[in-house]
Structure formats: structure tokens, C-alpha cells
Design a protein around this ligand. Structure first.
Ligand code: MCA
Ligand code: AMP
Length: 501
């Protein structure tokens, strides 16, 4: 048999060399050692198999962050299932769409959601991850582990939903080969070693926390200090016994605001990585002034994993995202895919073993976004200098990034436009000191209609995840349009720049 491309086989090979060294530590307590990983994931995989899970079938997971969740992810992929993690902020209405689209064999949810999820899960098995209670996956775990399923590099390991410009999320299909290539590249590029200790603060339902951070620790054989939420004071305490932190800009601005953050408090820390949203040059500078450390900013996407990174050694330039990672090609193009001259702004396209296999059951959108020559059109507007250094200068896609979470205005506009008395709406991102950008809706009412801000906000409550709900709703008579009839969002952003104070 050819070698097994299942990414879990790689993780277990590394784990086998670490003996009983701690893998996951929470609140000072050792919860998993590397020696535990094979048996724990094997037995949980056997439990999933007993539930009807099979290679290639999807497992949808919407649970709070926990060590069991880490094991569930690894067990699913070990069994050859396709892991579909969902943000816990998604509402039942959003969840119904994901389950309908992914058609999972198994759904794992929070105990409080189990009854409602059962109603919309069709023939899928619905279980929880609670440590006690009915219908938990953690009961009846078989004594014998399932073997690591044989997978090829092109087989799917995960589908991650990413909101779409069409208003509906699309599932990005990520293969074992996609995930492994990106993780191996980052391991070398960021100098991971088994001496590292990662402070894990990110959610494990998005690429940043699930792949970039977790895979990094697993491939390096590094210990992870596991945090379920983000408490800056606690993180600074952990700096004295750790070496790597990964976060979004909001994490770094909140850390910088702490008096406890000093060069001494950073102890053996060697690497602070930021990504998912732009890190303002000023935030970069202030962190360096307080700590003596230069944050390493990198850039990526759900569809591609990491694309560019500032160098580990050499200049980490604030406001830039560095160079294309080894093994990946980046080009800056016009809309037709023609490469532009160095220094000219255009849309960044990327090709490499990290680029996803397409959108789940959406070949039309896949064909739109991946060119015949294999380049993926990111929709990010960038420049590249003669040395190859990339600076993101804007977005061709209508996207808001709030606290590292992506929000597509179209989805919110559709929900608002469906409300009574509304003619149309424009959802924009306005500067926010904590989250980078905050969601604001400018709503045009129908002639003679009574429309109130609070009523619109209330109507969106059950429909959209909290982080997508507009912070403010401004009701107007009409939206500004250009000669082509297109709503002028740039003009709205300017007009309402001071709205949030
Ligand atoms: C929480 N809230 C938010 C956000 N987070 N509102 C807007 N944007 C957000 N990001 C709201 C809650 O609904 C709540 O509202 C209030 O803020 C406080 O919630 P809480 O849970 O206490 O917030 P927090 O724990 O302080 O969370 C802030 C956070 C979190 C730690 C920055 O948002 C976070 O973990 N962000 C990281 C997301 C991430 O992993 N992104 C990577 C995507 P109310 O009080 O009104 O109910 S992967 C990606 O983008 C690509 C591939 C890449 O390059 O990495
Ligand atoms: P997602 O759709 O969640 O995969 O998020 C990917 C998007 O996040 C990219 O297309 C960028 O617009 C944005 N992004 C990721 N990293 C950075 C960064 N370092 N600076 C600016 N934007 C970023």
C-alpha cells in the first residue's frame, strides 16, 4: 500500500517521538500528553464509526472550545470523515442552511441545542460532546481504536464555510494534501521546534485556530497552553512559560492596553503572529514599544491557508504581509487575469499545493474563482514591490472584517431588505478601535413607511449571528448612487465615519 496521506498519520508520527511530553495543558493541568493522542483519537474514531461515520462523509460540529473538541477533530479526520466546524455564534437558521448543504452523517452540537438540531438534521446522527448526560459522544467509547484511515492527498479532510458575496456561505473543500503542505511550510518558515510552547487562544472553528495554530503545534511536537476564551491578563502570565502566540489584531490591541505588558513579562516568548485582519502600523509599533518584540504579520484565506508571511529573520515591515510562502506563487493581476507591472495595485492571485479543491457542490463558483491555470482569485487588492514584498491595499470583494471574523454585507442586506417597509439597504464597515471594523446598516425606507432602528435590530436577532448584527442602523430616504446606478458605499463610509464616536 502507498504511504498514507491522512494528515493525522503525520501528527501521530511526530507524537510517537515525544513520549509522555505534555501536548495540551489547561489552567496548569496536564490534560493530554503526546503519548495519549493515538489511543484517544483512535477510540473516539471507533465511536464515530459505530455511530455510522464513514470515510468521505461529513461531520458537522458546532461546540464550545474544549480539549474534547480537539480530539473530536483529530478523530474525525483519522476516520477519513470530512470535518465541518461551525462558529458557535451561528443561529439555528444559519445552522439549518449548513446542515442542508453539507448533508452530514453526524452532527455534534451543544447540549442546549440538541433538541432543535435533531429537528433539522434529517437522518444524521445528532450527539453532544458533554462529559455527562444523554446522547453524548463521550459515552460508550469502544476499547479498540479505529486505525488511521488510508487517504490520498486529494481526499477531503475538511469543509470550511466562508460567507459569500452572493449572500450564502460556500463550503471550501480542503484536502489532506492542502492542509499538510501549508502546515509543513509554516513549520519551517516560522522555525517551529519541539521546544516551543504555543499559547492557543483562537477559536477552533476557523483556519487560524484550527489549522495554523493547532497543526503547527502538532507537527512540531510542541506543547499547547489551551485557553477557551481570551483573558489578556491570563495570557500575559502564560508568557513566562511559552514561546509562541497567534492572534488577530484585536488580541494585540487588547494586550497592548494592559499595564502588565512589559519586556520582562514576555519571558521566553520568541514569536507573536498576527493575521486574519489588517494590523494597523500604529498597533504594530505600540506593541513593539511595550515589549521589544516585532509582531510577525501574515496573510491567508480559508480557501488557501496561509499565502504570505513576513520573514522570521529579516525585516518585518508594519503594514505589509511579507512574501509569498515557499512553494506558492503569487501574482497581482487586473480583472481579466493579466499580470500587472510591479508596484501597481491589482487583485492578488495565488497558486500552489495549498489552494483548495473548490466549493462544495458549487462548480460554477469554483470555475469563477479558480482560473484554468490553477490560480485562485483572492479578491484582495494588493501591490508587490520588486523584491516580492506584498502590501494589501484594499478589497475587490465587499467584505467587513470585525475582530478577525469575516462578514459579507450582502447576507445582512438581504435579511434587512426582506423586512417590511424597507426599500433597500447598504451595509458598511466603519472604523472601530477594538474590532478594527464594526457593522453599520444604512437603510432606505419605502415612501411613507415607519421604520425604526431598534425594530430592525430586533428583527435580525434570531436570523444572524451576533457578530454580524449591525451595531447601528441609520434610516434614510434614499441611498446615494453613481451614474451606473450602483450604491456608493465609499461615500456612505465617508459620510458616517464619525457615527460610532
Ligand atoms: C465578539 N463579538 C463580536 C466579535 N466577537 N462582535 C463583532 N466582531 C467580533 N469579532 C460580540 C459578541 O457577540 C458580544 O456581543 C460582544 O462582542 C462580546 O463578546 P465576547 O464573546 O465577550 O467577545 P470576546 O470574547 O472578547 O471576542 C473577541 C475576540 C473574538 C476574542 C476578538 O471575536 C475572536 O476570537 N476573534 C477571532 C476570530 C478568528 O479566529 N478569526 C480567524 C478567521 P453582545 O455583548 O452584544 O452580545 S480565519 C481567517 O480569517 C483567515 C483564514 C486568516 O487569515 O486567518
Ligand atoms: P476568510 O474569508 O475568513 O478566509 O478571511 C480571509 C480574508 O481575511 C482575506 O481575503 C483578507 O481579506 C483577510 N486577511 C487575512 N489576513 C489578513 C492580513 N494580515 N491583513 C489584512 N487582511 C487579512
Amino acid at each position: 500500500m502507498s504511504t498514507n496521506a491522512n494528515i493525522v498519520a503525520q501528527f501521530l508520527a511526530v507524537a510517537a517521538q515525544q513520549g509522555s511530553k505534555p501536548f495540551l495543558v489547561e489552567g496548569g493541568e496536564l490534560l493530554l500528553s503526546f503519548a495519549d493522542l493515538d489511543a484517544e483519537t483512535g477510540r473516539l474514531a471507533a465511536r464515530l464509526a459505530a455511530l455510522g461515520g464513514r470515510p468521505g462523509e461529513r461531520i458537522v460540529v458546532q461546540v464550545d472550545k474544549s480539549p474534547q473538541n480537539v480530539l473530536l477533530y483529530l478523530a474525525s479526520v483519522r476516520l477519513g470523515m470530512v470535518y465541518v466546524p461551525l462558529n458557535t455564534a451561528y443561529t439555528a437558521a444559519e445552522l439549518a442552511y449548513f446542515i442542508g448543504d453539507a448533508e452530514p452523517a453526524v452532527v455534534v452540537c451543544r447540549p442546549q441545542d440538541a433538541a432543535s438540531v435533531r429537528e433539522l438534521a434529517g437522518s444524521a446522527q445528532v450527539v453532544t460532546l458533554s462529559t455527562a448526560g444523554d446522547g453524548t459522544l463521550l459515552d460508550n467509547i469502544p476499547a479498540d481504536p479505529s486505525p488511521v484511515a488510508q487517504r490520498s492527498a486529494d481526499d477531503l479532510a475538511a469543509i470550511l464555510y466562508t460567507s459569500g458575496t452572493t449572500g450564502r456561505s460556500k463550503g471550501a473543500m480542503l484536502s489532506h494534501g492542502n492542509l499538510l503542505s501549508n502546515a509543513l511550510t509554516l513549520k519551517d518558515y516560522w522555525h517551529w521546534s519541539s521546544d516551543d510552547v504555543l499559547i492557543h487562544i483562537l477559536p477552533i472553528y476557523h483556519v487560524h485556530g484550527l489549522f495554523v495554530a493547532l497543526h503547527g503545534a502538532l507537527l512540531a511536537g510542541a506543547t499547547m497552553l489551551f485557553h477557551r476564551g481570551f483573558d489578556p491578563a491570563q495570557i500575559i502570565v502564560d508568557f513566562s512559560r511559552a514561546s509562541v502566540l497567534m492572534g488577530v489584531p484585536t488580541h494585540y490591541t487588547r494586550l497592548t492596553a494592559m499595564d502588565e505588558l512589559t519586556p520582562d513579562a514576555c519571558g521566553p516568548m520568541r514569536l507573536f503572529v498576527s493575521g486574519s485582519a489588517p494590523l494597523l502600523a500604529d498597533a504594530h509599533l505600540r506593541f513593539e514599544e511595550k515589549t521589544g518584540h516585532r509582531i510577525l504579520e501574515r496573510y491567508g484565506m480559508t480557501e488557501t491557508g496561509m499565502i504570505c508571511s513576513n520573514p522570521y529573520e529579516g525585516d518585518r515591515v508594519a503594514g505589509t504581509v511579507g512574501f509569498a510562502l515557499p512553494g506558492e506563487e503569487v501574482r497581482i493581476c487586473d480583472e481579466s487575469g493579466e499580470a500587472l507591472a510591479k508596484g501597481e495595485p491589482g487583485i492578488l492571485e495565488v497558486r500552489g499545493p495549498n489552494v483548495f479543491k473548490g466549493y462544495w457542490r458549487n462548480s460554477e463558483k469554483t470555475a469563477e474563482d479558480i482560473r484554468a491555470d490553477g490560480f485562485f482569485i483572492t479578491g484582495d487588492v494588493a501591490t508587490q514591490d520588486t523584491e516580492g514584498r506584498v502590501t494589501l491595499v484594499g478589497r475587490a470583494k465587499d467584505l467587513i472584517i470585525s475582530g478577525g471574523l469575516n462578514i459579507y454585507p450582502k447576507e445582512i442586506e438581504e435579511a434587512i431588505d426582506a423586512l417590511p417597509g424597507i426599500e433597500e439597504s447598504a451595509v458598511i464597515g466603519l472604523p472601530d478601535a477594538d474590532f478594527g471594523e464594526a457593522v453599520v446598516a444604512i437603510v432606505a425606507r419605502r415612501k411613507g413607511a415607519e421604520v425604526q432602528e431598534e425594530a430592525i435590530k430586533a428583527a435580525l436577532q434570531g436570523q444572524l449571528a451576533r457578530f454580524k448584527q449591525p451595531r447601528r442602523v441609520v434610516v434614510v430616504d434614499a441611498l446615494p448612487r453613481n451614474a451606473m446606478g450602483k450604491v456608493q458605499k465609499a461615500a456612505l463610509r465617508q459620510e458616517y465615519a464619525g457615527l460610532l464616536g
